[in-house]
Design a protein around this ligand. Structure first.
Ligand code: NAD
Length: 361
């Protein structure tokens, strides 16, 4: 059977890295007996240029009719002066909302070959392998009341933080399920000493935990979690939290690895449907030069294979191939350490190297 995947390459380096990711997905999928059919659609600035809007209903429908979505990145200076509600980034928010992608999964692991890329000492980051599970469609970014009032000297602004029990329960379940695939530990991050919303999170997460007696649960205040992440990141397995805290902590966790070009992500809806994309943006400064690092996009396809098709071996094959390429000393420009003199490989060549490893395996 052919599995349909919608490709949304987007803007800047999006098309370059997505193409390498597609090729690796095809190769790894083949080994797992999966055959893909790709439907390419426009999103972000590319869609604005062609259709006057960052996301069309037809594209949402195409995504709904597919098994999974693989996205590159959106945005760029060309569209920066446009009104906020028609900018490329609206396409991204729009698709998350339209597809009900409430669970954002961002793994941060430090590959042995890149242990020196982190700003933290190697002995602190060596072996870090954590996953931030962030609630993506609720909380203060969407809450009411919101807005500003008053004139200068008397201005006020408000954003309500709201969570319903079912929103907390479903994201907690995602975290516990993920922990079962990993090291059976969940840290719930909150601010329950101050926020009523966080107190509800603690209660509901505890209730969900009763269904997962094999998974250990800890509750951690967000401020101390921020400190522990840089002091002792190895202690974490799965971190689950709301939209606001997750936004900040997932970037902090990402920086432990030191390399934006290496970080994949998945955004999941009820039933496991997912959109997979690198964490980085469209990098307009290097777009079209064949120097972008495609590994974050390639690693996003490992998450796709694992999540959408339960093809664990194929996902592992991609991760192993990436590790092998790096262990052999190949680096894209973004992975060079300051002052390091080493020949770099471009986007296409890096993709080819991963493909060669996949085929060798
Ligand atoms: P960015 O992630 O695009 O780039 C930050 C820096 O990292 C740049 O120097 C860039 O060259 C480098 N970089 C990023 N990805 C790389 C890769 N794969 N290989 C090598 N180097 C890489 O972030 P930014 O510069 O703040 O934003 C640029 C545009 O991207 C903006 O329009 C922004 O809105 C958009 N953006 C989109 C997404 C998304 O689509 N998910 C996420 C973040 C930013």
């Amino acid at each position: 059977m052919t599995e349909r995947i919608v490709l949304l390459p987007g803007d800047g380096i999006g098309p370059e890295v997505t193409e390498q990711a597609r090729l690796c997905l095809v190769a790894a999928g083949k080994q797992a007996g999966l055959e893909f059919e790709f439907q390419e659609e426009l999103i972000g600035g590319a869609s604005i240029d062609a259709h006057g809007t960052p996301l069309r209903d037809e594209v949402i429908e195409a995504c709904r009719g597919s098994r999974a979505v693989l996205l590159g990145a959106v945005g760029g200076p060309k569209w920066d002066d446009m009104p906020v509600d028609v900018r490329p980034e609206r396409g991204l928010l729009g698709i998350r909302k339209a597809l009900g992608l409430f669970a954002n999964l961002r793994p941060a692991s430090v590959l042995p070959a890149l242990v020196n890329a982190s700003a933290l000492r190697p002995e602190i980051v060596e072996g870090v392998d954590l996953l931030v599970v962030r609630e993506l469609t609720g909380g203060i970014y969407f809450g009411e009341p919101r807005g500003r009032q008053g004139e200068k000297g008397n201005r006020t602004a408000v954003n309500g933080m709201f969570y319903a029990e079912h929103e907390i329960e479903r994201i907690a379940r995602v975290a516990f399920e993920q922990a079962r695939l990993r090291r059976n530990h969940v840290t719930h991050v909150h601010k329950a000493n101050v926020l009523d919303v966080s107190q509800l999170w603690v209660e509901v997460v505890d209730e969900v935990a009763a269904d997962y007696p094999d998974v250990e649960l800890a509750h951690q205040l967000v401020d101390s979690c921020a400190m522990l992440l840089v002091q002792e990141p190895k202690r974490f397995d799965v971190i689950v939290t709301g939209n606001l805290f997750g936004d900040i902590l997932s970037d902090e966790a990402a920086m432990i690895t030191g390399s934006l070009g290496m970080l994949p992500s998945a955004s999941l809806a009820t039933g496991g449907f997912g959109l997979f994309e690198p964490v980085h943006g469209s990098a307009p400064d290097i777009a079209g030069k064949d120097v972008a690092n495609p590994l974050a996009a390639i690693l996003s396809t490992a998450m796709l294979l694992e999540t959408t098709f339960e093809a664990k071996d194929a996902a592992a094959a991609i991760r192993d191939a990436v590790s092998a390429v790096l262990a052999a000393g190949h680096r894209s420009g973004d992975l060079l350490l300051p002052g390091e003199l080493r020949e770099t490989v471009g986007c296409r060549r890096m993709g080819e190297l991963v493909l060669e490893e996949l085929e060798r395996a």
